[in-house]
Design a protein around this ligand. Sequence first.
Ligand SMILES: C[S@@+](CC[C@H](N)C(=O)[O-])C[C@H]1O[C@@H](n2cnc3c(N)ncnc32)[C@H](O)[C@@H]1O
Ligand SMILES: [Zn+2]
Length: 565
Amino acid sequence: MTPIRPPTRHENKGIKEEIENLEPITASTHTPVYMMHKFWARRPWKVFKTLIERFTSEGDIILDPFAGGGVTLVEGLIARRKVIAVDLNPLAAKIMRHEVATLDVAEFISALESIKKKVGETLDKLYAVRCPICNRCGVAEWAEYDRESNEALTVQFKCPEGHRGRKRPEPGDLPTSPKMDLTRRVKIPAGDKTSDLLGNGYQYFDELFTTRNLVAVQYLREAIKCCETSESVKSFLSFTLSSTLKWASKMSHRRGEIIEGWAMHAYWIYPKYLEINVWHQFLRRADAIIRGKEYTNKHINGYAVEGESFEELRNGEATYMILNTDARELPIPDGGIDAVITDPPYGGNVNYAELSDYFLWWDSELSPKDREIVINRTRGFTLEDYGKGLEMVFMECHRVLKEDGLFISTFNSKDLRVVAAFLSALKISGFNYIGVSYQPYLKGYETTFHAMQVNALPFDFIFFLQKSNSRETKRKMPEVSSNTLREVRSALAREMERCVENELTEKDYRLRTYPVMISAITSLEPSLAELLANYYEELIQRNKDYFSRIRSKVVEARRSSKKNS
Ligand SMILES: C[S@@+](CC[C@H](N)C(=O)[O-])C[C@H]1O[C@@H](n2cnc3c(N)ncnc32)[C@H](O)[C@@H]1O
Ligand SMILES: [Zn+2]
């Protein structure tokens, strides 16, 4: 793919056409590197890969101020760009470090073998169950419990003869775990995503685990600590254990035949929860780590060299930096960055800091909460605070971006007020809107928890901006604005009538009106944009009864067509 050199201000026509012609990027499922450890709402890698290849050149320095699960970092290094990945969240930084670090896979495998020898048998005993077919001692793959009584209802067993199946636990199965003194107990902090749990009497993170699983995690931690291997392999073993935690707590459950680890964007224990065999899951996760590292060893290989300063990146051998810091203040000189490519937090859709504590409490500080850019009722962070936070980060991006550099951001929120806050923050920071591309979700993505539960639309926006001559923008805007506002409002009302006539859903309405709303919002001055976004959400709110009626009708129709087929 030939990269397009970002145009100078006078050449914007070229880039505009390029954005309009940006074909839908058929996003495919995560590559093995992103399957190593959970992070929330990772964006499709192929979208980032395409943006990097099309809009930057080899050797360019790309900044991602909200780097999260590391998609810009990994795809940037694969494409031989230099990347500065910034994230406030320590878990994000840890995941990114392991995504790009080289691993000696053979050494990792032999360290795993030594752990197997050391604690494998002890761990198997923790999950012992009698095989009802041959009477030999087998192990539980998982057991399902009743939340109220904490009684095991069903156990999935496996035995050395190769028998597998389910049974009701009997005396002697799942023996009482050895007593264990927790060296560390950490209180669950109050938050939007922890409130259900706290309301139900849970106070400490360890209460999210059965004693057996806590003991298993503890044994593995000790075994890793004592393992005679290199620091790098040790770090990857700990990373494997961290990755295992997704399945280790009572937040796991069974969805039909599917065994699910923690998949919600909140803390929650189902009425029937699972105790998944931590040891076996650890071994499965080790395989996932090996696949991930074989992938990056092949595609990034020796190209990933961590730098300690911007100068090392610009003039030295270094190709990346991971900064675990607030993106409002970056150790980067003015104009040092060739392009910003990012995916900011979407309002209050995902509360990364609260969620990542689940992985952090074991051996480090909890995530810092007061600088996170998010909407959060418990912390009193409003839409306005969110917009202000973004504005400060975008101002910093503006400072470090070279004169003609591109600012590219994906975004996805169903709430237009959040989109307006994001776009206004960009405008106030001195960026000029060039264009937007709508990228459909990959099939299958629509059914992910993120897309179903949170306020997501079935496509991502990709916004393109450049530094603007703000004086000119200010002078031009107001007179265009009020007219635009009036026109858009009546167009919205007309579209709503059409919607009702044709029995369209709220999603249809949003899909039909978003393009026009986005272009209106980008051309309005921020206070009017906010007004329009409020008007839009209120209009939908006023038609709430209609939309919920239509929704029930659609659901009903789908159900009966399923029955008939
Ligand atoms: C939408 S996520 C990024 C997702 C990422 N693009 C991916 O694909 O995984 C937004 C990230 O912004 C981070 N963040 C929030 N406030 C921040 C701040 N003040 N400085 C730096 N990062 C911040 C969060 O920790 C979160 O990881
Ligand atoms: Zn058997």
